[in-house]
Design a binder for this molecule. Structure first.
Ligand SMILES: Cc1cc2nc3c(=O)[nH]c(=O)nc-3n(C[C@H](O)[C@H](O)[C@H](O)COP(=O)(O)OP(=O)(O)OC[C@H]3O[C@@H](n4cnc5c(N)ncnc54)[C@H](O)[C@@H]3O)c2cc1C
Length: 332
């Protein structure tokens, strides 16, 4: 089958790899100019900052096996960061920190998507605006910077939407009743703060969950393996604060999040570089039961981290991988 996959995040790339290995001909369309989606690394003159996914864990046997393979290939390494919980400006070692092994891609999170995209026909800078019926097949309406009007791509025998739930619903609604099953699954936004300091902050921890602050998580990015030396920190604002300040001026957001960083850490050292980035669709607020959606008659479906895929919650890299693997096993 000739199959189009919309989205070159972890789910789309894993699905593409698996289906291609089964002998199908695959084209992946990606809106951004790079692959990896929310598993991203922001490049600056000071080096990369992992401003999206911080690390991933593997609780299912299948994903553990896959991660072991990635580790063997040299794509990922365990992150042994010292983790803390901060409340009222006081940091305590996080009690549950050792329950999971945490992994990161090297030399930055974006590298995993780049490895997975090898050998796949991925077309970046291609925003899919509509999916349309063409007899028994499918066409895609593609918007790109190079062509002033939407171009048509296809025909394809099957289409897989590997995008966040809100975007998947919009694409599926006009052509498939699967859209009704998506319901209210929504991905909350997240403002990310990136900071670089001239000297080590010596806070005694490399990552911390924070209570009672605009920031819910901070991490010393340069404590992760194979990063460039330096003192880089990441902060993630809470979903509630990010939603409330979604349309604020980035400069104001930066000021507020930097203040929250100083309050939480008790460090008044000023960064030499600071910036913010808004993830419009960051983490799933609710879970769709099951592994994925697939309409076998029409050959259209969806996968991503918003499916439970046998895990307790949603919104993690493992959900995306399990969901994509399940769809690739189903869509043959
Ligand atoms: C700030 C932040 C922190 C996180 N921290 C963690 C963590 O610590 N641990 C963890 O396990 N997970 C974490 N996550 C979640 C993790 O990043 C995701 O679960 C995983 O990357 C989702 O992969 P995906 O392929 O389902 O979606 P995505 O990575 O979102 O990929 C979807 C892709 O589809 C593309 N796309 C969307 N619409 C279109 C269109 N119309 N046309 C073409 N392309 C389109 C997007 O550009 C994107 O590249 C975090 C996410 C964020 C944002």
């Amino acid at each position: 089958m000739h199959i189009a996959i919309i989205g070159a995040g972890l789910a789309g790339l894993v699905c593409a790899q698996r289906l291609q290995a089964q002998g199908h001909s695959i084209v992946v369309y990606e809106r951004d100019n790079h692959v990896g989606g929310r598993m991203g690394t922001r490049q600056t003159e000071l080096g990369g900052f992992d401003h999206g996914t911080q690390y991933f864990t593997a609780s299912s046997e299948r994903f553990r096996k896959e991660v072991a393979g990635w580790q063997k290939a040299g794509w990922v390494l365990p992150w042994q960061g010292r983790l803390a919980a901060i409340e009222n400006g006081k940091a305590k070692p996080a009690g549950h920190a050792d329950r999971h092994r945490r992994f990161v891609a090297v030399p930055g999170m974006a590298a995993l998507g780049e490895h997975l995209a090898q050998g796949i026909d991925v077309r970046t800078g291609q925003n899919i605006r509509r999916v349309e019926r063409y007899g028994e097949q499918w066409l895609l309406a593609v918007q790109s910077d190079t062509v002033p009007i939407d171009a048509s791509a296809g025909p394809f025998d099957a289409v897989i939407v590997a995008a966040p739930a809100d975007l998947a619903r919009l694409l599926l609604q006009p052509v498939s009743t699967l859209a009704e099953r998506i319901g209210e699954e929504h991905l909350a936004p997240c403002w990310a703060l990136i900071l670089s300091f001239e000297q080590a902050l010596d806070l005694g921890y490399d990552g911390a969950w924070i209570k009672g602050s605009r920031l819910k998580w901070i991490a010393r990015d340069t404590s992760k393996p194979m990063r460039r030396p330096g003192e880089h920190w990441i902060g993630h604002a809470s979903p509630e604060w990010s939603e409330e300040h979604l349309h604020d001026d980035p400069e104001r957001v930066k000021e507020k999040l930097l203040r929250a960083f100083h309050e939480a850490t008790g460090s008044l050292v000023q960064p030499v570089f600071a910036d913010v980035y808004c993830w419009r669709h960051a983490q799933a607020t609710s879970t769709l039961p099951g592994d994925c959606l697939w309409d076998a008659a029409a050959r259209i479906g969806a996968c991503g981290d918003w499916f439970a895929a046998g895990l307790d919650g949603a919104g993690r890299a493992e959900n995306a991988w399990l969901s994509a693997s399940a769809l690739a096993d189903t869509a043959v």
